[in-house]
Design a protein around this ligand. Structure first.
Ligand SMILES: [Zn+2]
Length: 191
C-alpha cells in the first residue's frame, strides 16, 4: 500500500538510505530536517537536500531553538541531546497532520540502541501510544531499529545510493575528523 510519509532526514547514512528505500517502494515522501544548532548540521542538510533533489522529493528544514547537549554517562561515547527523538517526532506529527501524511519514519538503528533508549522499539511503541491517545491517525515507524549500520550501508549499496554523499561527523569541520564516535561507527560500517 502506498503511504504518505514524513521522513526525518538528517543527511546521515541511515536516514539517506531509508529515503532511497522508501522512494524505491513507491511511497509519497516529504522530508524534514531539524536545525537545532548542531555543529555538523549545515553539512548534513546539504547532503539531505541533494538526495531529495535527485529523487524529486519535497524537502524542508525546520529551525528550532538551540537544543542543549549533555555528556553520555555510560561508556563516554560522546554528547547526547536529551529527549531529541521525542522532540523531533512530536514536531513531525505536527508536519504530518498538515501534510495529510499517515506515517512518520526515522532511521534509528541497532547500533544506536545500545546508548540511546529513544532508539529502541519500546520507545517507538510508547510514542505511537501517545500520538494515538492525542487522536492522530499517524503511525511512527522505525524500520531499521533492529538493523546494524553495516547492514544499512549494504542495503544502500544495493539501492545504488551514493554513500559518499552522506555526513556523519559530529565535529563540524570541513572534512570528517575520523576520530569522533560517529566517524568511527561509520568507518566500521563501511568496511
Ligand atoms: Zn568525526
Amino acid at each position: 500500500m502506498t503511504k504518505t510519509i514524513v521522513h526525518l532526514l538528517s543527511g546521515g547514512l541511515d536516514s539517506v538510505v531509508m529515503l532511497h528505500d522508501l522512494h524505491a517502494q513507491g511511497h509519497r515522501i516529504y522530508c524534514v530536517s531539524f536545525n537545532y544548532g548542531q555543529k555538523h548540521g549545515a553539512r548534513e542538510r546539504d547532503c539531505a537536500e541533494r538526495h531529495c533533489a535527485r529523487l524529486g522529493v519535497k524537502y524542508e528544514t525546520v529551525r528550532l531553538p538551540q537544543l542543549r547537549g549533555s555528556s553520555l554517562t555510560d561508556g563516554g561515547a560522546g554528547v547526547v541531546v536529551p529527549n531529541r527523538n521525542a522532540i523531533m517526532l512530536s514536531l513531525a506529527v505536527n508536519v504530518a497532520v498538515a501534510a495529510k501524511a499517515d506515517t512518520i519514519t526515522y532511521a534509528c538503528n541497532a547500533d544506536d540502541n545500545e546508548h540511546f533508549p529513544d532508539c529502541r522499539p519500546e520507545f517507538v511503541s510508547a510514542m505511537n501510544a501517545a500520538v494515538q491517545a492525542a487522536g492522530y491517525r499517524i503511525e511512527i515507524c522505525a524500520p531499521y531499529a533492529l538493523l546494524t549500520k553495516a547492514i544499512i550501508a549494504e542495503m544502500g549499496r544495493e539501492l545504488g545510493v551514493d554513500l559518499s554523499d552522506t555526513w556523519s561527523c559530529y565535529a563540524g569541520g570541513e572534512r570528517p575528523c575520523e576520530t569522533c564516535p560517529a566517524c568511527i561507527k561509520r568507518k566500521e560500517a563501511l568496511q
